[in-house]
Design a protein around this ligand. Structure first.
Ligand code: GDP
Length: 442
């Protein structure tokens, strides 16, 4: 996510921070490079022009020229202006007012609309709402089935749409039915097309009139760069949208759409999709995204994710076990599972400041495959072995390696690591054991 842009800006700022004093020329040159970096990231040229003009005005002012750390000051200004460009404050959904609240998701086919409907339902359910998913994409009959399957996975109700019925009717009936089922948030997955056309806009406008949604969110694919921006503009002009959900952001190394949408359309990005899985939807926080772009990491998102994923009760039990020296291989596996549920290691680590530099140092970070191996090895052990690793002799090791599709060396390595961890825990206990720090363990 934003990898290329981050690298480019990092080298510009390193140079700027290297100067003890900055001349006007240094700043001009630095900003020229920032401008190029943004254009290369596929940010709309007019947006870049305005952005640089704003930064320049401030950077050439006294704030910077007279400061003791002029390079740092320029970075600070770019950081603040980036936050503004991305929307300033976080834009949340406004669902107050009438009940049920109605959200229409619109967008082209393949943008991720159906998946995002289910992700959004899951998100809102976690926030205590009672969502009702409504498949109204009769253009693609498979879309109805797809949403029904997804709704089961996230554990929310799904309206039994009849593909023979006009989408506006489906939406109207679903909104009437929701309160009878004690559901308070209707999420309509509208029809997609390959291109914007009159028929599509006509249908969406009719639906908007009929169900008066509080939110009309355009789902757009970040990987399409400026096309996503143009799409947002076209939907906003024709229909009026309240915000954008940018999908597939994790695969977008440039970030052009994310950085241009608000400036071009005046409509904020409210959520981003960062993977195919149903929990891979995040609220869009301009400050955190600016931090990521400037390589300052996004520790807040990480902590939130950890809090959402990690089972507190289990964590407390684990702490008890560690205190009693009863931390078995089974607990070790549970712990790994929890960590893996947080997302891919790459995703987790990319939220930590300075990680991009670490990424280059091979071997420092265990890879995904290694974790999967470890889990397979522990799965191949008997419960007795998991409870007491000391009984795992050579023949058992061979059996475990075979069962897990790994090698005896892999099994040895895991047992060695686990034994070392045991030793460490013992040391902990001899010293002042105050439990693990808050975070991963609770
Ligand atoms: P629709 O035609 O707009 O309803 O699109 P779908 O919901 O069927 O999604 C199209 C494809 O995009 C599917 O393979 C989804 O899994 C994938 N997709 C959706 N959101 C994301 C995302 O945030 N990241 C990634 N990598 N894939 C996504």
């Amino acid at each position: 996510m934003f990898d290329n842009l981050q690298k480019r800006l990092d080298s510009v700022f390193k140079k700027l921070k290297g100067y003890g004093r900055l001349t006007e020329e240094n700043i001009q040159e630095g900003l020229r490079e920032v401008r190029l970096a943004l254009l290369e990231a596929d940010v709309n040229y007019k947006v870049v022009k305005d952005f640089i003009a704003k930064v320049k005005e401030r950077a050439l002012g006294q704030e910077v020229m007279e400061s003791l750390t002029p390079g740092q000051q320029v970075v600070k200004i770019v950081h603040q202006e980036l936050i503004e460009l991305l929307g300033g404050k976080t834009s949340s959904l406004s669902l107050a007012g009438k009940s049920p609240a109605v959200i229409m998701l619109v967008g082209l086919q393949g943008s991720g609309k159906t998946t995002t409907s289910a992700k959004l339902a899951r998100f809102l359910k976690k926030k205590g709402r009672r969502p009702y998913l409504v498949p109204a994409d009769v253009q693609r009959p498979a879309a109805i089935k797809q949403l029904q399957v997804l709704s089961k996975q996230v554990g929310v109700e799904c309206y039994p749409s009849d593909p023979k019925e006009p989408p506006v009717e489906i939406a109207r009936k679903a909104v009437l039915k929701a309160p009878l089922m004690n559901l308070d948030t209707v999420i309509i997955d509208t029809a997609g097309r390959l291109h914007i056309d009159e028929a599509l806009m006509g249908e969406l406008k009719a639906m908007k009139e009929k169900v008066a949604p509080q939110e009309i969110l355009l789902v757009a694919d970040a990987m399409t760069g400026q096309d996503a921006v143009n799409m947002a503009k076209a939907f906003d002009d024709a229909l009026g949208i309240t915000g954008v959900i940018l999908t597939k952001l994790e695969g977008d190394a440039r970030g052009g759409a994310a950085l241009s949408i608000l400036a071009v359309t005046g409509k904020p990005i409210k959520f981003v999709g960062i993977g195919e899985k149903l929990d891979e939807l995040e609220a869009f926080h301009p400050d955190r995204v600016a931090n990521r772009i400037l390589g300052m990491g996004d520790v807040l998102s990480f902590i939130e994710k950890a809090q959402e994923t990690i089972d507190r009760e289990k964590a407390l039990k684990l702490q008890e076990k560690i205190k009693k020296d009863a931390f078995t291989l089974e607990d070790f596996r549970d712990q790994l599972r929890q960590i893996r549920r947080l997302g891919s290691l790459e995703q987790i680590l990319s939220m930590i400041p300075g990680f991009n530099k670490l990424k280059k140092m091979k071997g420092l970070v265990p890879d995904e495959k290694e974790l999967i191996h470890i889990e397979a090895i522990i799965n191949s052990m008997t419960p007795e072995e998991r409870a007491d690793y000391k009984i795992i002799n050579a023949s058992r090791r061979r059996r475990i390696a075979k069962g897990s599709g790994t090698t005896v060396q892999d099994v040895n390595k895991l047992l060695k690591n686990y034994a070392e961890m045991h030793k460490m825990i013992k040391k902990f206990k001899k010293g002042k054991f105050r439990g693990f720090p808050q975070g991963l363990f609770g």
